[in-house]
Design a protein around this ligand. Structure first.
Ligand SMILES: NC(=O)c1ccc[n+]([C@@H]2O[C@H](COP(=O)([O-])OP(=O)(O)OC[C@H]3O[C@@H](n4cnc5c(N)ncnc54)[C@H](O)[C@@H]3O)[C@@H](O)[C@H]2O)c1
Length: 252
């Protein structure tokens, strides 16, 4: 039985992956967030729920005790997030605290939420690969570049296996149904595909010390190339945002 800490478990992605992981029988979860209200529905699940502000190293140290894998999602998903009020505390300090605590507590793997915003500065007709240099377009993207650098540092200098998933436009199109822009269609990832990517990432046995994975679906046009991600964790995405949005494109 592997013990997994999920930070930001009360958020949109956190709640979805909590439901996914609870359906597996081989994981014991510790759900952590600054906002405990949305986690009340998991109270009777037999999994642990704790208050955690990732800005506090002391709280991160406590949260990482007796844990095998960390899934670090806590943060603000807005590309317009303010540097001083949010990014500095939650993304920069908070991510350092989580990696430091994971390393100090001998955790075997950290999976961290990065973002397609790390490379959003490229022209829209450029397809980004995992080895393209980062090119953020806003301070949110800059903070996620820091998170990727942090993951690489802890992987190679502290022997903590780290995987940064560059999440694209995460949306439950079926229930949220908002029209997507062309950019968001090309970077779309469905909850189902994200679940599959995450499950394969946490169980993958032969990953290098540090990996960047591209978390987007099998969209007809892809802002991020996913061939390396498919190869590394045998990711087999199914959703295509262009089809979901009713844009019919015929194969020649
Ligand atoms: N939603 C997307 O399309 C998307 C795309 C790329 C990356 N991401 C990243 O994925 C992660 C989760 O995104 P989401 O859409 O679920 O966001 P969300 O806002 O729904 O959830 C984030 C959660 O983090 C918690 N949180 C914020 N600051 C915290 C702190 N200091 N300590 C502890 N918890 C804290 C919030 O209370 C919230 O429950 C974020 O890191 C985000 O940057 C999201």
């Amino acid at each position: 039985m592997k013990k997994i800490l999920i930070t930001g478990a009360a958020g949109k992605i956190g709640q979805h992956i909590t439901n996914t992981l609870m359906k597996q029988t081989n994981y014991q979860l510790r759900l952590a967030d600054i906002n405990l209200l949305p986690l009340e529905k998991f109270k009777k699940s037999g999994h642990e729920i704790i208050y955690l502000n990732v800005s506090s190293l002391e709280e991160c140290q406590e949260a990482c005790k007796n844990i095998d894998i960390v899934i670090h999602l806590a943060g603000d998903p807005s590309p317009n997030a303010d540097f001083y009020t949010t990014l500095l505390e939650s993304h920069i300090k908070g991510s350092y605290n989580i990696f430091k605590a994971a390393s100090d507590n001998g955790i075997s793997k950290v999976v961290v939420a990065s973002s397609a915003q790390t490379v959003e500065g490229y022209p829209l007709d450029f397809q980004v690969t995992e080895s393209s240099p980062v090119r953020p377009k806003n301070m949110y993207g800059v903070s996620k570049c820091f998170v990727e650098a942090l993951a690489s540092y802890f992987a190679y200098e502290k022997q903590l296996q780290s995987i940064a998933i560059r999440i694209g436009a995460y949306d439950d199109y079926k229930t949220e149904g908002q029209p997507l822009s062309a950019r968001d269609m090309s970077a779309y990832i469905s909850p189902e595909d994200f679940s599959e990517l995450l499950l394969k990432t946490i169980s993958a046995k032969s990953l290098p010390p540090f990996s960047i994975l591209h978390g987007i679906s099998n969209n007809r046009f892809k802002r991020l190339n996913i061939e390396e991600t498919k190869r590394l964790v045998e990711y087999t995405p199914n959703s295509d945002a262009f089809k979901l949005c009713g844009i019919q494109l015929f194969d020649c």
